[in-house]
Design a protein around this ligand. Structure first.
Ligand code: GAF
Length: 384
């Protein structure tokens, strides 16, 4: 049974009526440009074929009932039209409540509804299952209540829910690509203007995502700390954000910076330049150049931003040894575990897979999971 049928039949079984519509919101993989989004810089993600599915039917009262199939069939119930409190025990509920809260704060009038949620975005893998849920819920209410909210605003509402209600100070990348993704394209995002540049992905190449299955620890505290260090860096240059610090300015002044802040700033200013260069390399199909840029990005995350793990570094090395300059590989996402992304010629996917399967577990004691995806489109409504 496909996931849409699963979510519809679970809805029917639980709520004893049919869902009106199903929203599909994709996860994402970031090809390059890590931790640059909250520095007003550049990122290059694409939406993936793994998605969150949300079945919805309206109610005539103000109650919202939410059934989460992937969280032991837990249920949450609350009312719209009033201030929302945090759920004390079900962390997933706060992503839903947070989005409803942000919609209401913006003055949108919401009606009650029944909701059933499931999906196949691997959770805790750095492929943005949380952003997919936030964007999916915002889009579901947008459709249900005829709110006519544009896609970039949907993304901002999802991000605000995560910042203000869930308490993670994430940037805009994950929600924006889940809302605005384009089939067959990665999107270069200018995180200051939110301008989007479509970057076609060569059909002869496969995007592989390899989950290190390292349980991510300290993610929120370390993530928020990196943010503070970046802000301290921008302040040292008297700039509103690191987007406005050039490589030349950094190189001329780095000796005056606190050494740890200098490392964080160096990652960001060079990562922004690499991301712009990678957009051009994807467009030119210059795989050798991409290979170098992705390798530099990974080394910078490892040595300067210090967000990789030994297992992630091992995975990157195993893949790099096979690919050489025929493809690229680097960690993707917030860091401290999660996934590696590899851009691999279709004809080399089997060889890369075999190398991972024979070496990763042997070196680290952990079994990986491997996914592939074409660039997918952003959030959408699937009608019955
Ligand atoms: C996480 C965040 F949610 C994004 O906003 C981004 O900062 C990313 O880490 C790192 O590039 O996914």
């Amino acid at each position: 049974m496909n996931i849409e049928s699963t979510v519809r039949s679970a809805f029917l079984k639980h709520f004893t009526r049919d869902a009106d519509f199903v929203v599909k919101a994709p996860g994402r993989v970031n090809l390059i440009g890590e931790h640059t989004d909250y520095n007003d810089g550049f990122v290059l993600p694409c939406a993936i074929e793994y998605a969150t599915y949300i079945a919805v039917a309206p109610r005539t009262d103000s109650t919202v009932n939410v059934l989460a199939l992937d969280c032991n069939n837990e249920v949450d119930s609350f009312s719209v039209g009033q201030e929302l409190a945090h759920h004390q025990t079900q962390s997933w509920s706060n992503y839903v409540r947070g989005v409803v809260d942000e919609l209401q704060k913006r003055g949108h009038q919401l009606t009650g509804c029944d909701i059933c949620i499931t999906g196949n975005v691997p959770q805790g893998a750095g492929l943005s299952s949380s952003a997919a849920l936030e964007v999916g819920i915002a889009y579901a209410f947008n459709h249900l209540c005829d709110l006519f909210i544009e896609r970039k605003e949907i993304a901002k509402i999802g991000q605000a829910a995560e910042n203000n209600f869930v308490g993670c100070n994430c940037g805009i990348m994950d929600q924006l690509i889940s809302a605005c993704g384009q089939q067959g394209q990665a999107l270069g995002i200018d995180c200051q203007s939110l301008d989007l540049i479509e970057v076609s992905i060569n059909e002869g190449m496969t995007i592989m995502m390899i989950n290190s299955n390292v349980k991510r620890g300290l993610v929120d505290s370390e993530y928020n700390l990196r943010r503070e260090q970046c802000y301290a860096g921008a302040e040292a240059f008297s700039k509103p954000s690191l987007r406005h610090v050039s490589i030349e300015e950094y190189e001329a002044n780095k000796a005056q910076l606190d050494p740890q802040v200098a490392k964080r700033v160096e990652h960001i200013v060079y990562e922004n330049a690499r991301t712009l260069a990678a957009m051009q390399a994807f467009t030119d199909n210059d795989i050798g150049r991409l290979s170098k840029l992705m390798a530099q990005s990974h080394a910078s995350m490892r040595d300067l931003f210090e967000i990789t793990t030994v297992q992630i570094d091992a995975l990157v090395e195993i893949i790099d040894n096979v690919l050489g300059d025929k493809g690229g590989v680097r960690m993707t996402g917030g860091g401290f575990g999660g996934c590696v992304v590899a851009f691999v010629p279709n004809v080399m996917v089997a060889e890369v897979t075999a190398a991972i399967e024979s070496q990763y577990q042997q070196q680290t004691g952990i079994k990986e999971s491997i996914y592939t995806s074409l660039p997918a489109s952003g959030v959408s409504v699937i009608r019955a």
